[in-house]
Design a protein. Sequence first.
Length: 208
Amino acid sequence: MGADIAEGLRFVVRQRLLLMVVATAALSNAFIAGAESLQILYGSRDLGLSAQLIGVCIAVSGGGALLGAATTAQPGAALGESRTIAPAFAITLGGALCLALAPKSGAAWFFAAAQALFGFSGPLMNISLVTLRQKMTPRKMLGRVNASARVLIMSSLPVGSLVFGALADAIGARSALLAVSAGLAVVCALTARPLLRWSPDRAVGAQE
C-alpha cells in the first residue's frame, strides 16, 4: 500500500498540468473554507444581520447548488472542462466580493447573493476539475491519483479555515474576506491560460 501511495503522489507531482489542477482545487477549497468560516460572525457582528436572516441567506446556497448541478453539463459540453474552470472561479470570486464589500444598508441582499454564487459555482468547479483530472490520468493510475489528489485537496479545508480565522483576528473579518477575494483572483489568473491551452485530444484517461 505504501508503494501505491508513493506512486500516486509521484505521478501527480511529475505531471505539471495535473499538479496544477490538483493545486487549483486545493487552493480554491482553502479560500472558500476561509470565507465560510468567517461569514456567520461577519454577518452578525459587522453587518448586523440577525441569526434568522443569516440562516435564510445561507439556505439560498442550496438552491444555487441545485441549479449549478443541473446546468454544469451544458458549459462542460460546449466549452470543455478546462475552459469551464475560469468562469467557475470568477463566479466564486463574485461571491467573495459580495461578502467583503457588503454595505450595512441592504447587507442581506449581498449576503444572499454571495451564498447563491458560492452554491452555483461549487458543482461547476468541482465537476469540471474532477473530470479534467481523470482525463489527464491513465486508467491504470486512476485509483492512486484520485486518492492522492483527494488527500491533498480535502486537507486544505481546515488549513484555510485556520489561516483566515487567524487573519480575521489580526486585521478584521472584512479585510480577511478581501484577502480571500484577492487569493481567488490570483489563482484564477495563474491557472486560466495553461488550462485554456489544454486540449481534449491530450486526454489520457482511457489509455491503459
